[in-house]
Design a protein. Structure first.
Length: 491
């Protein structure tokens, strides 16, 4: 059958969180670049962050658009404007936030009903469970998007469906996750699902699982060569097709796309990109702990001191709201930025991460192991210092350090609960941070081997997204599936 994606209309419904929206908007652009009409549903505050990117893709001839649906904050008792998880000041509001997301169902369905061409498929975040009913109503398939790698999704599946942790009495005792194509160990404390208090989420968990079971397939931001047999194993475990169509960040080829990805970058962008231009290739450590976590100011001070103590040039991203006045006072009193002048810079607010990671001056990435960041680090062939915080980030750390051999652990053993970071205080000390960075940049055999493996992986990631590469072919297979229905290849 000849492929005519022009006849297809793919609807994307992301969770309103940066780590979920950013890859889904990239994915929509990838599908639109193949000729399918792509509609991304979001809310006004989020649309502001992505409008420029999407309209630039439109101007380049891609049939993509962003549809804004008002977020019913007042209706659920949320302050107006709290439209993204990175804006929520505390996880206590999480249930209200998910209630508001659920209320998007009706207006989105109404909008879908009026569209020509009629939608052919929905790709929606696993948390948008109600889109399973939407797809059924319109008689089209729904594919679940997990903002994770297959290695993580598969290990969570095996942990849930086995008794491997039943006999483990201590939360801190490492145990082997059974059935994985490449074995690894984790502790009960580090398992995903411990990042928010359970009761906040219990209502939704069952609905999410039910909708996952009803879905026709799974789409992931990853690539076959990275997953070491996990894709086949996961397909077999759930009896559905699993397509890896990433690393999606690589669709941002020109500098403007990279600089504007995910949000308006801080006003100093030009200044620090020029600073990077002046640095030696592969000499700078980029430190950023994602879009959600709010570490205690005391912990961030340790991070600052650790970066300084490492003697390496660095870029340190501090997100807005992160210890604001206390951290700022410390930075000022310590004259931190003066002290590290010429060797380190501090970015406050949103950093154009992919543009920075792609800069030739960057030689290492201190990351919280959020899946997007981890994959973006791999795309830039970077070895990483791993500092997992919560969710499935400890599993990603195991992938990076134990399986792929491209990382050095900072040594954190227990997750922080989202929203309770400040209660925990300091988990990682300055000397541990400096030690991990020193190990990462070391020119000894281990350091060289790590860099070599990271370079090979970066090459594989880029190849996957090129013409004829594995992820390019997977996008074709998704389109083919939508056109032909589930009659083809058995899982
Ligand atoms: N990001 C960015 N600039 C920032 C912080 C984050 O561009 O200052 C992007 C980063 O490139 C990644 C996403 O935000 O694409 C964060 O997703 P990830 O899964 O790494 O972590 P999360 O924020 O969900 O914890």
């Amino acid at each position: 059958m000849s492929l005519q994606p022009q006849a297809l209309h793919v609807v994307f419904i992301p969770l309103l969180a940066q780590g979920h929206m950013i890859p889904m908007v990239d994915m929509a652009r990838i599908f639109a670049s193949r000729g399918a009409v792509a509609t991304v549903y979001t809310t006004p505050v989020n649309a502001r962050r992505f409008r420029t990117t999407v309209s630039r893709s439109g101007k380049l001839g891609m049939p993509i658009r962003l549809v804004e649906i008002p977020f019913p904050c007042e209706e659920v008792g949320l302050p107006v404007g709290y439209e993204n998880l990175d804006i929520l000041p505390s996880p206590e509001l999480l249930t209200k936030f998910y209630n508001a997301m659920e209320k998007l169902q009706e207006p989105i369905e109404k909008h879908i009903r009026e569209q020509t061409p009629a939608p052919s498929c929905i790709i929606s975040d696993k948390y948008i469970f109600w889109s399973s009913d939407t797809a059924q109503q319109f008689g089209i398939p729904r594919f679940v998007f997990h903002a994770m790698c297959c290695f993580s999704v598969l290990s969570a599946h095996y942990v849930k469906h086995s008794d491997c942790s039943d006999s483990i009495t201590s939360d801190m005792e490492p145990f082997e996750v059974p059935g994985m194509p490449k074995g690894f160990k984790i502790t009960k404390a580090q398992l995903p699902g411990n990042s928010v208090r359970q009761q906040d989420f219990e209502v939704f968990r069952g609905k999410i699982q039910e909708a996952e079971m009803a879905a026709q397939g799974v789409v992931l931001n990853s690539f076959n060569e990275l997953e070491h047999g996990c894709i086949k194993a996961y397909q077999k475990a759930i009896g559905k097709r699993v397509w890896c169509v990433g690393p999606v960040s690589l669709c941002n080829k020109d500098e403007t796309d990279m600089l504007q990805r995910g949000n308006e970058a801080s006003s100093d962008t030009e200044k620090y990109m020029a600073w990077l231009d002046s640095m030696k290739p592969r000499s700078v450590i980029y430190a950023c702990l994602g879009s959600l976590c709010r570490l205690a100011p005391s912990q961030l001070m340790e991070l600052g001191r650790g970066l300084e103590a490492s003697q390496q040039p660095f870029v340190w991203v501090i997100r807005r709201g992160e210890g604001d006045s206390e951290l700022e006072n410390w930075l000022m009193e310590e004259r931190f930025e003066e002290r590290v002048k010429g060797r380190g810079i501090v970015i406050r607010g949103w950093a154009p991460q992919v543009a920075i990671l792609s800069h030739q001056a960057i030689g290492g990435f201190l990351t919280h192991c959020g899946w997007n960041s981890t994959l973006e680090g791999m795309c830039s062939a970077l070895p990483m210092v791993t500092w997992p915080l919560f969710s499935e980030q400890f599993v990603n750390e195991a992938l990076v350090v134990d399986i792929l051999g491209i990382g050095v652990r900072v040594g954190v053993k227990v997750p922080v609960r989202w929203g309770e970071e400040r209660k925990v205080g300091v988990l990682v000390r300055e000397d541990e941070i400096a030690r991990a960075i020193d190990a990462l940049v070391s020119e000894d055999e281990e350091g060289e081997e790590r860099r070599k493996r990271a370079a090979e992986l970066g090459e594989k990631a880029r190849r996957a997204m090129q013409e004829g590469g594995s992820s390019q072919s997977e996008v074709s297979r998704v389109l083919q599936y939508i056109m032909a229905g589930p009659t083809q290849e058995a899982v």
